[in-house]
Ligand binder design. Structure first.
Ligand SMILES: Nc1ncnc2c1ncn2[C@@H]1O[C@H](COP(=O)(O)OP(=O)(O)O)[C@@H](O)[C@H]1O
Ligand SMILES: [Mg+2]
Length: 336
């Protein structure tokens, strides 16, 4: 089809108010530009088609054209399209990790420039580290900064009790992803990545892993694929190799813990004599998510007490409550 044929097709579907046909025609036109190696034009058009208009409209046309894939057996959705507006400044991590993340964003933006040098931007990135260190949060930030919706896939929801279903669920998810340009997060990736021989399901899981890796290897399109796991040591080396980059999220050091307290206590007035260094010492080896929870509890304590300012004792009470809770969780209370 010629360029004018394709544009005519779009005009006609616009005239008919047929969103689906319009979307397909626009998609065809973008592919046409790509084939002509007009990558910058194609990318601009893609951006306009998928996400550039007002926030409530974001992704709407796309959703009309391609339904969210569902589990064949049980019918639940296999993925979720999410929109966020979170700035990079809200992520407090060590500067090397942040730079790594920023480079991935820059590479994505400069993919066309790279292409002229025959280089590829990093497209498959593994995020690993302890729970609550900001892996899921980072994916939301990447999606916000790039203004591309996040396709959120929870791994455990894809793994069906029937192996055949799992493979077909995966295929459906990949088909969906390949039909657009997205930031994709395969969250809680551990399940598929578990490299353990002790499970009787080992053979099955292994087949699922291979299936997933094959699809990841052959994935088409410009989407940025992120996978997050809390158990990086359990991941098979074969999986590591498949990723262009691995970002490791460490627990926050003292400076970052202090910054977290300041950030999350920003909404409330504070006593001038609050001892942040002490709070920082008391929260050694806690994650950013833990500290966020503590600050929320501390603010509640002061609000419930109708005091005008948050005090040191609110912070310490919240920390002790948290630590106690963790002990219960880890069954360290000393009772049977
Ligand atoms: N590095 C961080 N800086 C600031 N806030 C963080 C950070 N890590 C986690 N948080 C807060 O904790 C919440 C939960 O973190 P999350 O990204 O879900 O952790 P993970 O996916 O690594 O288990 C986030 O939504 C965010 O509010
Ligand atoms: Mg997470």
């Amino acid at each position: 089809m010629t360029t004018s044929d394709l544009i005519k097709k779009m005009f006609l579907s616009f005239h008919d108010k047929n969103n689906d046909a319009f979307f397909l025609a626009a998609r065809e036109y973008i592919d046409h530009e790509k084939r002509k190696k007009h990558t910058i034009v194609a990318k601009e058009l893609e951006k306009a088609l998928y996400s550039a208009n007002g926030s409530s409209e974001k992704g709407k046309r796309f959703k009309n054209a391609m339904p969210i894939p569902r589990d064949t057996e049980k019918g639940f959705p296999l993925l979720e399209i999410q929109h966020f507006d979170i700035s990079m400044d809200s992520l407090l991590i060590c500067s090397e990790t942040k730079q790594q993340l920023e480079q991935i964003i820059k590479e994505f933006k400069d993919a066309d420039v790279f292409a002229t040098y025959n280089l590829q931007n990093k497209k498959k990135v593994l995020l690993c580290g302890k729970p609550g260190t900001g892996k899921t949060f980072s994916a939301r930030i990447v999606s916000s900064v790039l203004q591309i919706p996040l396709v959120y896939v929870r791994f455990d929801s894809i793994i069906s009790s029937y192996l055949g279903e799992t493979a077909s669920n995966l295929r459906k998810v990949f088909d969906f992803i390949e039909n657009g340009t997205w930031i994709v997060l395969f969250d809680e990736f551990d399940i598929i990545g578990k490299n353990r021989d002790d499970s009787h399901e080992h053979g099955e899981i292994k087949r699922v892993v291979n299936n997933f890796l094959q699809m990841l290897d052959n994935i088409k399109g410009d989407s940025l694929i992120l996978a997050a796991t809390n158990h990086q040591y359990m991941l098979d080396p074969a999986i590591w190799r498949r990723f262009d980059d691995v970002i490791y999220y460490e627990l926050p050091d003292e400076d970052i813990r202090k910054a977290l307290f300041e950030l999350y206590l920003r909404p409330i007035k504070k006593d001038p004599d609050i001892d942040f260094p002490k709070a920082v010492t008391l929260t050694q080896s806690l994650s950013p998510a833990d500290i966020k929870m503590i600050t929320e509890e501390a603010m509640k304590l002061s609000i419930l007490d109708s005091r005008p300012c948050l005090s040191q004792s609110d912070i310490e009470a919240a920390i002790h409550k948290f630590i106690r809770r963790e002990k219960v969780k880890n069954n360290q209370m000393g009772d049977r």
